[in-house]
Design a protein around this ligand. Structure first.
Ligand SMILES: Cc1cc2nc3c(=O)[nH]c(=O)nc-3n(C[C@H](O)[C@H](O)[C@H](O)COP(=O)(O)OP(=O)(O)OC[C@H]3O[C@@H](n4cnc5c(N)ncnc54)[C@H](O)[C@@H]3O)c2cc1C
Length: 380
């Protein structure tokens, strides 16, 4: 990138153009039905690797896709994150050139690191066929730079991402969860309303979301950019690998022919089935919006009485939204957060930062744009 203008064009958080970029990458904008929530896709699956990979966040589909591209000689390198040598939770960008090397990338680490900075090194090393694994803000910038990179081939594997934070903040969160935070080796916010923790000695602990110390976290624990992200599901990737719609398995969104080609390359090493959907999301989303409105207005979160928490924690996975309905609920919650936090903290930015797809999914919850808040209002 040469100047501030280029940075502004590449950054998802300044004036994103999702409608234009979806058309450029996938040949069309997102349509109706579930595409309103998840972005353009040609197929959607519940999925798992037949033999789950040790150390993977779920079953290792993401790193398996990268490894397969390297093993087949389709790409020269995979650009992704590996753990820092001193801090296993800190992501560090790396260019991986052999399939076996993908093993070190497995797992989720909370934090930010300049993934795309290594594009320069990739060019210096003569890599013209690349795969990139990244979270949505990284993939948006990559797509904006793609043409200028002049690569012979680019394969983009995305994961969803919500509420990332600094690795330092993440360590503080771990310390609230356990008096020996260093012994925690794995953390995931599961789709059954529980956080799963794994420990170095093999123990596993499940904590219901309602028992998490979220209200003990400082207001700025999650930066405003993450709280107002408009691309939870990584709509510009060729294939998105997540878990939200997977009911305990992984969840795949194949977005274009290149994504389909990557998935097919895994053959029978991956099991695919149709994603399920159950429950009704509207009540859960409304409750979340009411609490977010309080938090955005500087008021304390409404805490559930202690006696009620175990009851609701028991009910949530059984009666709350599940499968695709859970994923839709999370997308609606994210859209509401974007609108409420920006309206409170940076109202002048709303017309640049909020694409129409966000307004459309927030509309059933009476979150309509006010004058000057829509992207069409930019010139006025
Ligand atoms: C901060 C964060 C929040 C997420 N939130 C959600 C969510 O709300 N819903 C959902 O469905 N999925 C979410 N994901 C994705 C999810 O955690 C899994 O990574 C994904 O489902 C892939 O699982 P896997 O077993 O296929 O991954 P693996 O095969 O284990 O590979 C994981 C890949 O993720 C990369 N990675 C790890 N940490 C980072 C990071 N900080 N930045 C960039 N890349 C990284 C690794 O380098 C590796 O390539 C999130 C991921 C991150 C990093």
């Amino acid at each position: 990138m040469k100047n501030a203008r280029d940075c502004g064009r590449a950054c998802q958080f300044i004036a994103p153009d999702y409608a234009g970029m979806e058309t450029l990458i996938h040949g069309r904008q997102r349509g109706t039905g579930d595409e309103r929530f998840f972005g353009p896709f040609q197929a959607m699956y519940r999925a798992r690797m037949t033999s789950p990979a040790a150390g993977a966040q779920w079953t290792g589909i993401t790193t398996a896709l990268g490894a397969q591209l390297l093993a087949a000689g389709t790409v020269d390198a995979v650009l992704t994150m590996v753990p820092d040598a001193q801090d296993k939770w800190r992501p560090v960008p790396a260019l991986i050139t052999d399939a076996a090397g993908m093993e070190q990338a497995r797992g989720m680490r909370m934090g930010y690191a300049p993934l795309l900075a290594l594009l320069e090194e990739a060019q210096e090393r003569g890599f013209s066929r690349l795969a990139v694994i990244g979270i949505p803000c990284q993939i948006y910038a990559l797509r904006r730079l793609e043409e200028a990179l002049g690569l012979d081939a680019l394969f983009v594997i995305g994961t969803p991402c919500s509420d990332n934070t600094t690795t330092e903040n993440f360590h503080r969160f771990l310390a609230l969860l356990d008096e020996d935070p260093d012994s925690i080796t794995y953390l995931e916010f599961r789709a059954d309303y529980r956080v799963e923790l794994r420990y170095a000695d093999g123990r596993v602990r499940m904590i219901p979301f309602l028992s998490l110390p979220i209200s003990d976290l400082p207001q700025d624990f999650f930066p405003l950019t993450c709280r107002t992200c408009v691309d939870y599901t990584n709509a510009l990737a060729d294939i998105t690998v997540g878990y939200m719609g997977g009911e305990g398995d992984q969840w795949l969104l194949v977005r274009n022919a290149r994504g389909a080609e990557m998935l097919a390359s895994l053959g029978d090493r991956i099991e695919l089935s149709a994603p399920g959907s159950a429950g009704r999301r509207a009540g859960a989303v409304r409750g979340f919006i009411a609490n977010t409105a309080r938090a955005a207005g500087g008021l304390p979160l409404r805490r559930m009485p202690d006696w009620l928490r175990p009851v609701v924690s028991w009910l949530q996975p059984r009666t709350g939204p599940r499968g695709l309905e859970f994923a839709r609920a999370r997308l609606e919650m994210k859209a509401a957060e974007t609108i409420l936090h920006l309206r409170r903290q940076m109202p002048a930015r709303m017309k640049n930062m909020i694409p129409d797809h966000v307004w459309r999914i927030a509309a059933p919850y009476d979150l309509e744009p006010q004058p000057g808040e829509r992207q069409d209002d930019r010139s006025s």
